[in-house]
Ligand binder design. Structure first.
Ligand SMILES: [Zn+2]
Length: 251
């Protein structure tokens, strides 16, 4: 491309020209990737991040996704791969994340979601390895915001099966655990998806400490009802799911 055709705010890196909006998203993904790495919510080259761009329609949008084999802490904006809604690589020298099926499934299922983060938060993961649920009826702000953090059945990571087992739960929840694997958090923005990941792991840390101190005590039914109503009143999500989970002890 001739230099004259590069707009003033375009970014040209390694011979590739990026539009300002796309470059901003790539930089934002790198910033979030570093925070995930610094908080040790992944190890080595685990974990992946994606953002939906373009028109946002399920079959026409494009997706920026982190590459396979690159540690999130070492990620550069130009490393990020652009794919279409069928997973075809449109731009980028590296291979797309092996978990791209999981990300595509979320965007298929949730038209409201524009960012997906898959991480391996160690304490929350330990709960799934031990078969102990992240009980939704203990931490007030979790009841009011995330509602509950359910765990999927086991599915082999990086396969269609691994994505399929999460489909039903991610349709209704913004933060879930994949059994024996890791977390999936989603949001209208990357920051929102990241904050849910932080909250998920922090909840697991608190619950672990409470288990070590003799076991967490549940909120009363009345208090859970008030928090579930607050959740509904604030437009965050339905109250029924939390109430049902706490009433039946299902997680
Ligand atoms: Zn994983």
């Amino acid at each position: 491309m001739k230099l004259a055709s590069i707009r003033r705010h375009d970014a040209k890196v390694s011979g590739i020209i990026f539009k300002p909006m796309e470059w901003r998203l790539r930089r934002e993904m790198v910033a979030i990737a570093k925070r995930i790495d610094e908080r040790r919510l992944v190890a080595a080259s685990d974990g992946n991040i994606s953002v939906r761009i373009g028109l946002g329609q399920q079959r026409t949008g494009r997706i920026l996704i982190t590459p396979s084999g690159v540690a999130l802490g070492s990620l550069r904006p130009q490393d990020i791969v652009m794919i279409d809604c069928d997973g075809r690589e449109l731009c980028g020298d590296l291979n797309k994340s092996s978990e791209f099926r999981l990300h595509l499934m979320v965007y298929e299922e949730r038209s409201d979601v524009r960012a997906v983060i898959h991480a391996h938060p160690p304490i929350a993961n330990a709960f799934t390895f031990a078969g102990v649920p992240l009980d939704p009826c203990i931490v007030p702000e979790v009841v009011a915001t995330l509602g509950r953090i359910p765990t999927t059945d086991y599915g082999t990571p990086a396969t269609d099966e691994g994505a399929t087992v999460a489909r039903e739960l991610i349709a209704e929840h913004d933060a879930i655990m994949l059994q024996r694997h890791g977390s999936v958090t989603v949001g209208e923005t990357l920051t929102s998806a990241y904050h849910k990941l932080e909250k998920l792991e922090h909840t697991a840390e608190v619950l672990l400490a409470a288990h070590q101190l003799g076991g967490p005590k549940r909120l009363s039914g009345t208090e859970i009802q008030k928090l579930a109503k607050l959740r509904e009143d604030l437009g965050i999500g339905a109250a029924d799911d939390v109430l049902r989970a706490c009433r039946t002890n299902r997680h």
